[in-house]
Design a protein around this ligand. Structure first.
Ligand code: TXA
Ligand code: MG
Length: 339
């Protein structure tokens, strides 16, 4: 299959391009498009064979459910069997935006989307391209991140093409995404509410929106091997979102001094640690504050992957709330350095 790439203006996408992409989707095709977080790989959510093609293209295990992208609360209600007041509050405040809500699904959503679960994960993306695509389709759009299973999420169309070229129909290239890390996934089906995947919207904001009285917890870090089907959210697998290059993490910059460096290596310093003396010629990238680190982390790792390095070493940021999402992704992308 030849993957077509269409350039599209991120602010005012042409109606013609959106209509063309929507018609590919309506015929059961796969279209990658940018959201504010990462590029998604879309298929018509109500068409089981189109959705199965997502799993094939990504090599994604069938038990790992997909996020359904809708154009607003009205469409969200159609794909859920219960729309509680908390959902209304949170959607009213954070949609469009990087918050995914897990709710009981309605019969419109086929089993293949949810991996057979009785719940569906939903969100409304913000960018005009993503919104316009759903509007033109007139139907919900199932879309996981547009990468091969267990690889890094893409923040540019080039990343999608490199990973999925030849396996999908179309990529809408509207430039880099603005946030750079995947949405927060929040389970509303029981109390306490559970954050299944930390993301750009944190527990404090969610709690404030609900008046500060609703208990919220983080899902336990589940240490499971790929293949386990018992996970609350299968995206919680360890060593997920990983670069191709062997990638290690250290908790403090001093540990860098004890590594015997191969010839081609990169160090990514997240936070403001002072570095020890390092060998000449090492690539050093610094991502100093949580916002720019979120925006640039995947892009930096994708860039490192193109350099044919022997190793990437990441200096972890401190274990503090503002770094939680980044630490979560780093723990999945990198193995601990054990000396
Ligand atoms: O920012 C994002 O969320 C991006 C863009 C494209 O929207 N999407 C994304 O999708 O990251 P994906 O498939 O890579 O991650 C979806 C996460 C996975 O951890 C999955 O297990 C979880 O959401 N998930 C989906 N449906 C679920 C459900 N019914 N119950 C629990 N977790 C669910
Ligand atoms: Mg993903």
């Amino acid at each position: 299959m030849k993957t077509r790439v269409l350039q599209v203006d991120p602010e005012s996408p042409s109606a013609e391009t959106l209509a063309e992409a929507a018609s590919v989707l309506a015929r059961g095709g796969l279209v990658a498009f940018a959201t504010e977080t990462v590029y998604g790989l879309g298929a018509l959510a109500t068409n089981p064979s189109a959705v199965s093609r997502i799993f094939e293209a990504k090599g994604r295990p069938s038990f790992n459910p997909l996020i359904v992208h809708v154009n607003g609360i009205a469409q969200a209600r159609l794909v859920t069997s219960n729309w509680p007041r908390v959902a209304d509050r949170l959607a009213g405040k954070f949609w469009p935006g990087p918050l995914t809500l897990v709710l009981p699904r309605s019969a419109i959503i086929p089993d293949v989307v949810t991996g057979g679960r009785e719940t569906v994960a939903l969100r409304v993306p913000q960018p005009p391209v993503a919104r316009g695509l759903i509007e033109h389709l007139g139907q919900p759009l199932a879309a996981p991140s547009a990468n091969r299973s267990n690889r890094l999420s893409p923040t540019r169309a080039e990343h999608v093409l490199a990973d999925l070229g030849g396996r999908i129909d179309l990529i809408l290239d509207s430039g880099p995404t603005t946030m750079g890390l995947e949405s927060t996934v929040l389970d509303l089906t029981s109390l306490p509410l559970r954050i299944l995947r930390p993301g750009p919207i944190g527990p404090a904001e969610i709690s404030r929106c609900l008046g500060g009285r609703t208990p919220i917890e983080f899902a336990e870090q589940e240490i499971a091997e790929p293949g386990s089907e018992s996970l609350a959210s299968p995206g919680m697998l360890r060593v997920h979102y990983a670069p191709r290059t062997p990638t290690l993490r250290v908790d403090s910059a001093e540990q860098l001094a004890t590594i015997s460096w191969p010839r081609n290596a990169a160090v990514i310093v997240i936070g403001s640690s002072t570095l020890p003396e390092l060998p000449f010629g090492l690539h050093v990238v610094r991502l100093g504050d949580p916002e720019s680190a979120s925006q640039k982390l995947y892009e930096t790792l994708h860039d490192c992957d193109t350099l044919n390095l022997d190793i990437i070493v990441i200096v972890m940021p401190p274990d503090e709330p503002e770094w939680r999402t980044i630490r979560d992704r780093l723990v999945r992308a990198a193995r601990p350095w054990t000396g």
